[in-house]
Design a protein. Structure first.
Ligand code: AN7
Length: 373
């Protein structure tokens, strides 16, 4: 068997990358699709729920799939610097892949509003971290303006190569299950990822050998049909940052799920198209629901995802409760980022550690007390 070397080498024929272009990769992708065993039983639901655990990518989120594409293409085009606005994970991925490629990286982040782990990544990989007194949407606007004059390549998801890389999630799900699931749920912030999922699922059922709309005739993807159908797409937003659910931009988005604290998503229209074409829907979850499901997943399945990622599962559990998702369904939930990204939130919402004397009876007492419950 050949050594696994990331999503570009694995899916090159389905991606707009020339055969001779060397991939800037950290062996991202090939993440596990873990079936939840205890939650459906706890909830007394006859459904199959699978978690696509994107937290196990090299920088701990799905952004790596898109960043390998964006940075590979930036390098191929001779770029010497990349830039992004970010709620955290994009900056972590951009910083790491820029380091790998040996190019400069500038990241704009909302001051005080990104999780500690993500900030540490951007700093550790040597990117230039610019904290702005504003939110993600302000950063996104500034990045687009500055890129008109400064010699920097934007690696936010308005860069179409990002979505091309991220579409590989759909291919992996199909490979693991043999076909598309009934439903695919995920959290929605800037709406790039739901757009990318839909591109992937749509290409998977396509047999056309025509050049695709993306490459405008410059490349030809091999289009082998690998699925018989597409899933119903479910997008979930945090209540304090739910512009798509509400149908209008949110001026000052607020949520504990800082990754999706976005009020005016760039890929809004594409996300709506995915929802309509798939027969799916958008819905919202409160911060309380998000944190409860993050904890529930960690305690009942051993999977630790960040708050934003729990939003997708929280939405699914609610819609199962409401009967919007039927019995017998197969559901894939993309868990977009690792729980270790945001240790502050995890610690703030968990039981405090016990402190006892370093003596045997104290430890025995704790064990006895705990098992009595
Ligand atoms: C864990 O890092 O937008 O709807 O700047 O980090 O494609 O934006 C992060 C987004 C979901 C939402 N889950 O995905 C950024 C950024 C996690 C995330 C999303 C993000 P999109």
């Amino acid at each position: 068997m050949e050594r696994y070397t990331g999503v570009i080498d694995k899916y090159r024929e389905r991606l707009p990358v020339a055969p001779q272009t060397r991939a800037v990769s950290l062996n991202e992708g090939a993440t596990p699709l873990v079936e939840l065993e205890n939650l459906p039983r706890l909830l007394r639901r006859n459904v199959r729920i699978y978690a696509k655990f994107e937290g196990l990518n090299p920088t701990g989120s799905f952004k790596d799939r898109g960043m390998t594409m964006a940075v590979t293409q930036a390098v191929a085009a001779g770029a010497r610097a990349i830039i992004c606005a970010s709620t955290g994970n994009t900056s972590a991925a951009a910083a790491a892949y820029a380091a790998r490629a040996g190019i400069a990286c500038f990241v704009l982040i909302p001051e005080g509003k990104i999780a500690l782990g993500k900030l540490s990544q951007a700093m550790m990989h040597g990117s230039v971290v610019i904290q702005i007194r504003g939110n993600f949407d302000d950063g996104m606007r500034l990045v687009q303006e500055v890129a008109k004059t400064a010699p920097v390549n934007i690696v936010n998801s308005i860069n179409p190569y990002r979505l091309q890389g991220q579409k590989t999630i759909a291919f992996e799900v199909i490979e693991a299950l043999g076909d598309a699931p009934d439903y695919h749920a995920l959290p929605v912030g800037n709406a790039g990822n739901i757009t990318a999922h839909w591109i992937g699922y749509s290409e998977a059922v396509c047999e056309s050998t025509d050049a695709c709309a993306f490459c405008a005739g410059k490349c030809e993807f091999r289009k082998t049909k690998i699925a018989t159908r597409r899933p119903i797409m479910l997008g979930y937003q945090a209540s304090g940052a739910a512009p798509i659910v509400r149908g209008r931009p949110v001026e000052s988005p607020e949520t504990v799920a800082t990754a999706i604290r976005i009020g005016n998503p760039v890929s809004w229209q594409q996300a709506l198209a995915a929802q309509k074409e798939s027969g799916g829907w958008f819905a919202e979850c409160s911060d309380e629901e998000i944190l409860r499901v993050q904890k529930l997943l960690a305690e009942s399945e051993g999977i630790f995802c960040e708050p934003a990622s729990a939003t997708g599962l929280a939405g699914v559990l609610k819609d199962l409760e409401l009967g919007r998702i039927g019995e017998g369904s197969s559901i894939v939930v993309t868990l977009t980022g690792h729980g270790l990204k945001d240790p502050d939130t995890a610690i703030a919402h968990s039981a405090k550690p016990l402190t006892v004397d370093a003596e045997l009876p104290a430890i025995e007492r704790v064990i006895r007390e705990h098992l009595k419950r």
